[in-house]
Design a protein around this ligand. Structure first.
Ligand code: WQD
Length: 360
């Protein structure tokens, strides 16, 4: 009997790519999404569909179950757990715009915190205790040392989005201590970028975004006039911000590795960084993107964004040692794969191209 994984936020950028790897690893998948930050369309049956997940099924040739559902609707969530026995859960669903989180803290605490609490309640009601939680390097705040390992202090987070991730981590630690049946892995992502090599799924540009790679691609494709580089006076190699960019398919394989670990071992609670271990500046990413795509990305420079840090990059030895996972893709591939998605789908999932077997 295949192991069934319940994926929240499955229609999103990270969720959809992880589901490709889950299906290819032989897992059954039940996915939900409330389309807060992903694209939906009306199916022939009148129900909302996730074009990203239709394409995931075309890429893999495998089927999955998708239901539109909001984690704040605990009764709807309970009904989904009645559809079929759920063996493990991967929890991606959250809203994550840093700037918006500062303007609307209540929206973020209610959505991200209550959503997680409802999920834990329903898991417990159904005797399901295997959980992979999508956390973030944001919980580390401003690094006290680099590269950052999992023992680095957490909690000195200034933005509300990052604080919701931190508070959920702390809640999961308390739950794992109080109830020994929980089996939880928390994955702290660094900066996910890129797209599935087929080019048929990616980070949809029709949703509001502020992060760097999609912005560069939009300038390269001509949808935006120029990139603004926020801050050129950081204490880094070229003065621009340094981050640990990780290919989305490396992130996806990290989730499969974590799930396998939970199936092999009852470990209560473990935390792993998912990064490459390499810090890359804004300018270096931009130049690599131009070289790989043969495009020119014009930019202006402005002062720093409030809350941005100089540099952050991961120490990933623990995931390599205990999960047998290591990032495989390089910066050029991240740029190449994102560009293929962007040029094949200039309007994201609203593109009217037809996809067959993951190819345009
Ligand atoms: C990267 C660098 C900016 C845009 C993100 C997510 C956060 C978390 C970690 C998941 C910085 C610079 C950016 C632009 C720029 N991921 N930049 N011009 O801030 O590291 O955080 O990854 O939880 O949710 O927000 O990523 O891509 O916004 O910025 O100069 O138009 O690019 O200053 O140095 P960030 P980012």
């Amino acid at each position: 009997m295949a192991h069934t994984v319940f994926v929240t936020g499955g229609a999103g950028y990270i969720g959809s790519h992880c589901i490709v790897s889950l299906l290819e690893a032989g897992y059954e998948v039940v996915a939900i999404d409330n389309f807060a930050n992903s694209v939906s369309e009306r199916g022939a049956d009148g129900l909302s569909r996730a074009p990203a997940l239709d394409r995931v099924q075309q890429i893999t040739g495998k089927e999955l179950t998708f239901v539109q559902c909001d984690l704040l609707d605990i009764d709807a969530l309970r009904n989904i757990f009645k559809l079929k026995k759920i063996d493990s859960v991967i929890h991606f669903a959250a809203i994550k715009a840093v700037g918006e989180s500062m303007e609307q803290p209540f929206l973020y605490y209610r959505n991200n915190m209550m959503g997680a609490i409802n999920l834990l309640e329903v898991m417990k009601e159904n005797g399901c205790y295997n959980l992979v939680f999508s956390s973030s390097c944001t919980v580390y705040g401003s690094p006290e040392f680099l590269p950052i390992n999992e023992d680095h202090p957490t909690g000195k987070v200034t933005n509300v989005y990052g604080r919701t991730k931190y508070f959920i981590e702390e809640m999961l630690k308390d739950v794992a201590v109080a109830e020994k049946q929980w089996n939880i892995i928390m994955l702290r992502y660094f900066n996910p970028v890129g797209a599935h090599p087929s080019g048929s799924i990616g980070e949809d540009p029709t949703k509001p975004f502020t992060n760097l790679m999609p912005y560069i691609a939009q300038v390269a494709i001509g949808s935006k006039p120029k990139l603004t580089i926020f801050g050129t006076d950081y204490n880094t190699e070229d003065g621009t911000g340094v981050r640990d960019y990780i290919h989305i398919m490396d992130l996806a394989s990290g989730h499969v590795a974590a799930l396998k670990k939970l199936q092999e071992e009852h470990l209560r609670m473990k935390i792993y960084n998912l990064g490459t271990g390499e810090g890359v500046s804004v300018l270096r990413l931009l130049k690599t993107f131009e070289k790989v795509t043969g495009t020119k990305v014009s930019y202006e420079t402005l002062e720093r964004r409030v809350g941005d840090i100089d540099a952050i990059y991961a120490k990933c030895e623990l995931a390599e040692k205990e999960l047998g996972w290591k990032s495989q893709y390089n910066l050029e591939q991240m740029c190449e794969d994102f560009w293929r998605w962007q040029t094949m789908n200039p309007d994201g999932y609203r593109s009217n191209k037809t996809i067959t077997n993951g190819k345009i």
